[in-house]
Design a protein around this ligand. Structure first.
Ligand code: 5AD
Ligand code: SF4
Length: 350
C-alpha cells in the first residue's frame, strides 16, 4: 500500500491495520517530514498550542525488579540508593508549585517500603496542603486494593508503560513479570477511574517493526489518556550495556503515528528523547507531543535516579531548566499550559 494513501487514512482518525501502521513506520526521507506535519496538524487541531509541564518527583530509586534494560534493577549494586521522606516529597512539590508547575508526577522503582497507606497520606497532603492540581502516580505494579486506596486519596492519573506488546520479549526483559499481568493492571486502573498512561520503549534488542506496530495499536485499543514513548538507552551496569540505543527517527515516527491514532492523548516529549539528541525534545514537540515532564527531584537524589545514563538537564538548576523549556515552547509559537491539564476526554463533556 502507498505511504500517502495510508497517511490520509490515519489523518482522518480512522483505525489502521497492523500492515498499514508498518507502512508508516517504514517512512523515509520526505515521508518522515510528511508524517511529522500530519501529526503536528492533528495535535494543533485537537489539543491546541498548549504544552503542559508536569513536575516529576523521583522519590525512591529502590526497585525489587530486575528489568534487563534499567539502571535501577536490583542487581545493580553500584547504584547508591535513596528514599525521600514524606516531608521531602511535600517540600519538593511545594517548590515545583512555586515555580509554576501545577501538577506533579510521583515516580519510583517498585519499592514496597512505601506501603499503600503511607503513599495515600502523601497524595492526600499533596492535594490538600500543597494544593497540587493533579497527582499522577508511576510506581509500578501493585495490588488492586493499593490502586483503589490511592485513587480514593485523590490520585488522578497513573502511568504504567506496557513497555513492549511482544509478550515473549516482555517476559525476557522483565524477569518474573508478564505482559498479561501488566495489561490486567491497566484495566484495573481504568476501572478505578484513573486517567491511564501507557507507553513503550523504542529500539529494545529483539524488537521488530511488527512489535512497534502492535505497541501503537495496543495503546489505541486501551484508549489511553497518556503515552510515554521514548528510545532505549543502554545503561553500562545492565545486561544490555553493549546494545545499540534506539534511533531518533524511529522514535519520532512512533510518536507521530501514536498522535494520529490517539488525537486527544497527552504525549510527552520524553526526557529519553532529549537525551539521545540535543534537539530531541524540540523534535518531539513537532511530531505530535504536547507535554514535557521536567525533573523536579531535589539534588543530590536526582543524580542517583539513573534509569539510563546522561539524562537530559540533569545538572541544571530547576529554575533555569524551566526558563529554557519555556523558551523552547515560545520559539515554536506554542504556549505553556495553564491549570491541571486534564485529559480533554474528561473535561466539560469531551
Ligand atoms: N532506556 C530507556 N527507557 C528506559 N526505561 C527504563 N530503562 C530504560 C532505558 N534503558 C523506562 C521504562 C520505564 C520508565 C520509568 O523508564 O519505560 O517505564
Ligand atoms: Fe524497576 Fe521499573 Fe527499572 Fe524495571 S523498569 S527495574 S520495574 S524501575
Amino acid at each position: 500500500q502507498e505511504f500517502v494513501e495510508v497517511l490520509e487514512k490515519a489523518r482522518g482518525s480512522h483505525g489502521l491495520e497492523r500492515h498499514e501502521v508498518i507502512v508508516l513506520l517504514q517512512a523515509r526521507g520526505e515521508e518522515v517530514d510528511a508524517l511529522g506535519r500530519a501529526a503536528d496538524g492533528v495535535r494543533a487541531a485537537f489539543l491546541g498550542d498548549e504544552v503542559h509541564l508536569r513536575g516529576i518527583i523521583e522519590f525512591s530509586n529502590y526497585c525489587c525488579r530486575n528489568c534487563l534494560y534499567c539502571g535501577l534493577r536490583r542487581d545493580n549494586r553500584k547504584l547508591r540508593r535513596y528514599r525521600l521522606t514524606p516531608g521531602e516529597i511535600l517540600a519538593a512539590a511545594r517548590k515545583a508549585a512555586g515555580l509554576g508547575l501545577p501538577t506533579i508526577v510521583l515516580q519510583s522503582g517498585e519499592d514496597p517500603h512505601y506501603t499503600a497507606p503511607v503513599l495515600a497520606d502523601i497524595i492526600r497532603r499533596l492535594k490538600e496542603e500543597v494544593g497540587v492540581g493533579a497527582v499522577t502516580l508511576s510506581v509500578g505494579e501493585r495490588s488492586f486494593e493499593d490502586y483503589r486506596l490511592w485513587r480514593e486519596a485523590g490520585a488522578d492519573r497513573y502511568l504504567l508503560k506496557h513497555e513492549t506488546a511482544d509478550a515473549a520479549l516482555f517476559a525476557r526483559l522483565r524477569p518474573g513479570t508478564t505482559l498479561q499481568d501488566r495489561l490486567l493492571r491497566l484495566k484495573w486502573l481504568r476501572d478505578l477511574g484513573y486517567q491511564v498512561g501507557s507507553g513503550n520503549i523504542i529500539g529494545l534488542p529483539g524488537q521488530s517493526l511488527e512489535t512497534l506496530a502492535a505497541d501503537i495499536l495496543l495503546m489505541r485499543e486501551l484508549d489511553v489518556e497518556m503515552a510515554g514513548i521514548g528510545p532505549f538507552i543502554p545503561h553500562p551496569q545492565t545486561p544490555l550495556a553493549k546494545e545499540p540505543p534506539g534511533e531518533l527517527e524511529l522514535t519520532l515516527k512512533v510518536l507521530a503515528i501514536a498522535r494520529l491514532l490517539l488525537p486527544r492523548a497527552h504525549l510527552p516529549a520524553t526526557t529519553a528523547l532529549g537525551t539521545i539528541h540535543p534537539q530531541g525534545r524540540r523534535m518531539g514537540l513537532c511530531f505530535g507531543a504536547n507535554v514535557i515532564m521536567p525533573d523536579t527531584t531535589p539534588p543530590p537524589y536526582r543524580y542517583y535516579y539513573q534509569i539510563y545514563p546522561g539524562k537530559a538537564g540533569l545538572h541544571e538548576e530547576m529554575g533555569k531548566t524551566l526558563v529554557s523549556l519555556k523558551n523552547l515552547i515560545f520559539s515554536l509559537n506554542r504556549r505553556v499550559g495553564s491549570g491541571p491539564g486534564h485529559s480533554p476526554k474528561i473535561q466539560g463533556g469531551m
